[in-house]
Design a protein around this ligand. Structure first.
Ligand code: SAH
Ligand code: SF4
Length: 341
């Protein structure tokens, strides 16, 4: 039995303590006590896609739609930068109003006002290779595009006809263009069993990702999947620990979805091997309208207040916030053999 399959067996048995202990050894080895920060800006909740799981899908007529203008985006970046943030993640629906030219302008604008010190991460869905190339030329450093599930059939169904293959091609384009590449998946999608979660983890490993974002799937009441049962947070914690073991050097955020499912969800992800937090620095007035899932936390807090709160939370788990921009480690040493576990 290979080392990984030994851990996979513990995953199947739900042995969170043993998996977390091994995961934390690797987290400390590669990142020490540091928990890195990424400021998240949700620039638009318009989306031309209709993913069955998502609260801001095209057909959800109950969403109050918004777009941030450049001035609001720069104001949030300036405030975050002065508070020490060195990575800004621009995330949104697939919104044609935020075409490549506009995104390039925003990337250049952020680079300029931060004196080139901040990393810019984009998370705007599937685009053509030419568009990704233009964004890279404009200075974008990183891109997040979760594959959501590694099961092709389930993927096509949940993403309303969009193929897994198309998603993987986009990830391949991003990586070959030199982006630090992030992907990941939701845990507990309808029809998912432990074996599929393990296949998701194996795909994340094969993709040699710099960043891997996972979180619990939380059914949204205004979607076709409203009646799906909620899978307990423990599954996400097991998957987090297993991911750290499979991908020791990847940046793994303790995601807002985990903190929304359980009040201490993010702290528990940190204890299972996560090493990044993503305070939401979107303007408070738009936060309640970017509800991919219900129960999202910190809607009436501004993101800079969040940094103070997060600092206390990481101290409780024996770690400290680190304001380094923390570039991906994997992209720099793809040929490095994986740490043995
Ligand atoms: N439009 C972009 C980015 C915004 S969605 C994209 O789809 O890539 C960001 C992530 O939110 C998705 O990748 C998905 O994994 C997650 N998400 C969407 N709906 C969710 C839900 N109901 N519960 C938990 N996570 C969800
Ligand atoms: Fe749009 Fe992303 Fe939601 Fe899909 S998950 S509907 S692409 S915002």
């Amino acid at each position: 039995m290979s080392d990984i399959s030994r851990w996979e067996e513990l995953f199947r048995q739900g042995r969170l303590q043993e998996l977390s202990a091994a995961a934390m050894d690797l987290t400390r080895k590669h990142f020490g006590d540091s928990v890195f920060l990424r400021g998240l800006l949700e620039y638009s909740n318009h989306c031309s896609c209709n993913c069955l799981y998502c609260g801001i899908r095209r057909d959800n007529a109950r969403v109050e739609r918004y777009r941030l203008d450049d001035r609001m985006i720069y104001a949030a970046v300036d405030a975050g930068f002065s508070r020490g943030l060195r990575t800004f993640v621009l995330q949104g629906g697939e919104d044609p109003e935020f075409g490549t030219d506009r995104m390039c302008r925003l990337v250049r604008g952020i680079k300029k006002r931060t004196g080139g010190m901040a990393a810019v991460t984009l998370s705007c869905g599937i685009l053509s290779r030419e568009d990704y190339a233009a964004l890279k030329d404009a200075g974008a450093d990183r891109y997040l595009l979760r594959f959501e599930t590694s099961d092709p059939e389930l993927h096509r169904y949940l993403r309303n006809g969009v193929n897994l293959e198309r998603r993987l091609k986009a990830l391949d384009d991003l990586r070959s263009l030199g982006f630090q590449t992030g992907s990941g998946f939701m845990v507990g999608l309808p029809g998912e069993d432990d074996e599929l979660t393990l296949r998701n983890i194996r795909l994340a490993r094969e993709l040699e990702l710099d960043m891997i974002g996972i979180g619990p799937y939380i059914p949204h009441p205004a979607t076709p999947l409203a009646e799906t049962p909620q899978v307990p947070l423990k599954k996400t914690l097991l998957a987090t620990a297993m991911l750290r073991i499979a991908c020791p050097k990847a940046h793994i955020p303790a995601t807002t979805a985990a903190g929304s499912l359980e009040p201490d969800g993010r702290e528990r992800m940190l204890r299972a091997g996560a090493n990044v937090l993503m305070p939401n620095i979107s303007p408070v007035e738009v936060k309640p309208h970017y509800l991919l899932y219900p129960g999202k936390i910190c809607l009436d807090e501004d993101g800079l207040h969040c940094i103070g709160c997060l600092s206390g939370r990481v101290a409780l788990v024996g770690r400290k916030l680190d304001f380094d921009r923390a570039d991906g480690r994997v992209i720099h040493d793809r040929t490095d053999s994986r740490a043995s576990v």
